[in-house]
Design a protein around this ligand. Structure first.
Ligand code: DGJ
Length: 719
């Protein structure tokens, strides 16, 4: 068991392979944080606590002015309870009073983990759990603070569950989790971006006094921000230095707060956004908040990323898919948009096979010809597909390709029958109904909507029997309100729970269906989605000049093996990119195509088919390898990364030159993650180098040529 409790000191120790997390039950019966960082022995750590009077810091008379909730580090900071820093818990009790000071009552330790009701949560294999029961003085509220420890991956998850133990309703105004850390010499790292640029902007700023953080109020985790963030030592880089990583397993409105307090310590709170959030809890009901996943590494940002990559592959993504080969797909969207029909789809099949595609995805356009129609009804457009989806899919399969389909279940078009019959099923407040991409958002918190969508999707899936489903979401939520008589403060969270419920129903009925989620590109790239869909479309931007930044930024928190990534003809930057460069960028993640194969010359066809074969040889690096960023993201003219097999016997190196620059036409790059004592054959020159030389001295990458958008790939194989 990796969780211990010392009966004398009342200290809890949570140990992973390389980290220790410790806190104790203090004089106020409050859970006081002691330590999170590199592994340490189970000493009595209470001497570290800050114990002295502090002007204006409230205290309990019985215990004395040396112990104020506003000073010490807390495990569950609550609002209106003598601590003026950011809080994780805020309640309005049955008497209409704000406040929620919780004291320790009992705890239990067990192997594995409990499921989290309607929310996705990381899978419990190899985990140990600690569940602490806390109550307020009147014992009208019970809070369970739950820690789950995955020792092997150095990950700890934390969340709270709030139970109403009185006979009147209470309001949950905030339910989050986080950690307090000693000291403030940290940088905050967050993933920002926008459409076509998701997570490409890795922002690193020193933690300042006051409040920093990121959030989304859009109903999805968003293009502009991401629930992931990290705190690292000022001198931490890719390979060295202390880094804490955090990610919230949630796909809707979130809020991450990072606060440097008056004593120079850091508070982190991460959870469902409290923006217009107000959850009414009836007697005996429990509210379960999403879990925050945390890791710590002394091996820099790379170490943190690899912890998360392993964790996500082993414990978040469905084990049926996590490490298995994914089909190379050809998707119709980039080349044809809405302009698809049965004849065209069938005409693609032979060429698709020739270039090495294994699955043909019919994207948007099978039930409509423009974005103003069809959503909600999802009735196949008979003018375009006279034989229907089942026959089409059968014909595609008969020719040796698997079949995939696009849907956007959460949306409805104004002109649809669904909207005409159920105007009360959309999200809006009063009569205001903003459109986004000409569409409205269904009220996924309404069980009738979920029931309808489930039946509708089942009909489609039973007819077409696709192997792959692309689940899109193309607008954010505005005027968040339900037309049902529900408590309006719950609408946004209920929306997300409804989405999860629909995923649960569909994945239970079609366990072998590979789902790729998408939100106008990569606008909902989070752990909640990854629990249901083993892969996510990373961005609609597939221009390799900028896709590389998107993928490297995303790799900070998520493994390449969950990033949908296609070779296309896109020229978002206006620059011409060579096929090789396009292949390199696309083979970073789960490889596929979005182009018109009919228009390809025989030479192009051959090249793409070679790429498909090459990808199959390289796929294991993507699915199972350790990922090392070598030359940084957006930091200059070069990007380099290395994918190493777990046994360190093979490694695939990639160097990308964006613009040709004379003084950088030759570069020495140091590898990482190899076996220092092993010797490797290098595919660049056929020579043998020791791992130690490659890592300490590096390898000279010869003449980079007068070419912008140049990719060099080198395979190292242990001899
Ligand atoms: C947005 C997605 O990102 C695209 O790949 C495509 O599926 C379109 N939606 C279809 O409407």
């Amino acid at each position: 068991m990796n969780i211990c409790f010392d009966e004398v000191t009342k200290i809890f120790y949570l140990d992973t392979r390389h980290t220790t997390y410790a806190f104790f039950v203090n004089e106020l019966f409050t859970l006081e944080h002691l330590y999170y960082g590199a592994s340490i022995p189970h000493d009595d750590l209470r001497g570290i606590c800050f114990r002295r009077p502090y002007s204006f810091a409230p205290y309990e008379r019985m215990v004395g002015d040396c112990v104020s909730p506003d000073i010490f580090l807390q495990e569950l900071p609550a609002a209106n309870a003598g601590d003026y820093r950011a809080y994780a818990l805020s309640l309005l009790d049955e008497n209409g009073k704000y406040g929620c000071r919780m004291h320790y009552v009992s705890h239990a330790v067990y192997a594995g983990r409990r499921d989290m009701a309607e929310l996705p949560c990381a899978r419990g294999e190899g985990a140990d759990s600690l569940e602490i029961v806390l109550k307020n003085k009147a014992e009208t509220v019970e809070v369970r603070l739950i820690y789950v420890v995955w020792a092997e991956e150095d990950v700890i998850a934390k969340h709270i569950e709030i139970k109403n133990c009185c006979d009147r309703e209470i309001h949950v105004l905030k339910a989050a989790a986080g950690v307090d850390l000693w000291g403030s010499d940290f940088d905050l790292i967050e993933l920002y971006g926008t459409y076509h640029c998701e997570r490409a902007d890795v922002q690193r700023t020193p933690v300042k006094r006051g409040l920093q953080g990121s959030f989304s109020n859009k109903g999805a985790s968003g293009h502009e921000s991401n629930p992931f963030f990290a705190l690292c030592a000022h001198n931490a880089d890719e390979n060295r230095g202390e880094v804490y990583g955090f990610n919230l397993m949630y796909s809707g409105n979130f809020k991450n707060e990072v606060q440097r307090d008056k004593n120079g310590n850091i508070r982190i709170v991460s959870g469902v956004s409290d923006y217009e959030f107000d959850w009414l809890l009836a007697p005996d009901e429990t509210f379960c908040a999403p879990e925050v996943v945390m890791t710590f590494s002394e091996s820099g940002l790379g170490g943190m990323s690899r912890n998360f990559h392993d964790f996500i592959r082993r414990h978040v993504i469905d084990p049926r898919f996590a490490f298995s080969s994914r089909p190379i797909l050809l998707n119709t969207w980039e080349a044809f948009g809405f302009d698809i029909d049965e004849e065209k789809i069938l005409s693609l099949v032979d060429r698709a096979k020739e270039i090495g595609a294994e699955l043909l995805v019919v994207d948007d356009g099978w039930f409509r010809s423009s974005e103003t129609e069809g959503l909600g009804d999802f009735c196949v457009c008979r003018e375009k597909f006279p034989s229907g989806l089942g026959v089409l899919a059968e014909k595609v399969r008969a020719k040796g390709l698997r079949f995939g389909l696009w849907v956007e279940p959460e949306m409805v078009s104004r002109s649809s029958n669904l909207y005409q019959t159920h105007r009360e099923w959309v999200i809006c407040s009063d009569d205001v109904k903003y459109l986004g991409r000409s569409q409205l958002v269904l009220d996924m918190g309404n069980p009738a909507v979920i029931e309808y969508l489930y039946d509708r999707l089942c009909l489609i899936l039973d007819e077409a029997r696709p192997d792959y489903l692309k689940w899109d979401m193309n607008r954010y939520i505005s005027e968040a309100g339900s037309l049902l008589p529900v408590h309006q403060g719950e609408v946004m969270h209920r929306y997300v729970l409804g989405v999860y419920r629909l995923f649960r129903l569909i994945t239970a009925r079609y366990p072998n269906l590979l789902i790729e989620t998408c939100a106008g590109g990569g606008g909902r790239f989070d752990l909640g989605m990854l629990y249901f869909s083993p892969q996510i479309w990373t961005s609609d931007n597939t221009d390799p000049f900028t896709r590389t930044d998107i993928q490297l930024g995303t790799s900070l928190a998520y493994p390449p093996s969950c990033m949908g990534s296609h070779l296309t003809r896109a020229r978002v930057t206006g620059l011409d990119a060579s096929e090789d460069f396009r292949y390199t960028a696309a083979s970073f993640g789960l490889y596929g195509y979005e182009l018109d194969p009919i228009g390809l010359s025989a030479r192009e066809c051959r090249r793409l088919s070679e790429f498909s074969r090459q990808y199959r040889k390289e796929e294991a690096f993507v699915l199972k390898g350790d990922f090392y960023r070598l030359i940084g993201h957006r930091s200059g003219n070069f990007v380099a990364y290395l994918q190493v097999t777990k046994d360190k016997s093979r490694a695939l190196f990639t160097l990308i030159q964006f613009l040709f620059v004379e003084e950088e036409r030759s570069k020495i790059v140091r590898m990482r993650g190899l076996d220092t004592r092993a010797r490797y054959r290098c595919s660049l020159d056929g020579k043998i180098y020791s791992g130690s030389v490659l890592m300490n001295l590096g390898l000279r990458i010869g003449d980079m040529e007068y070419q912008s958008g140049k990719a060099v790939r080198i395979l190292f194989e242990r001899v």
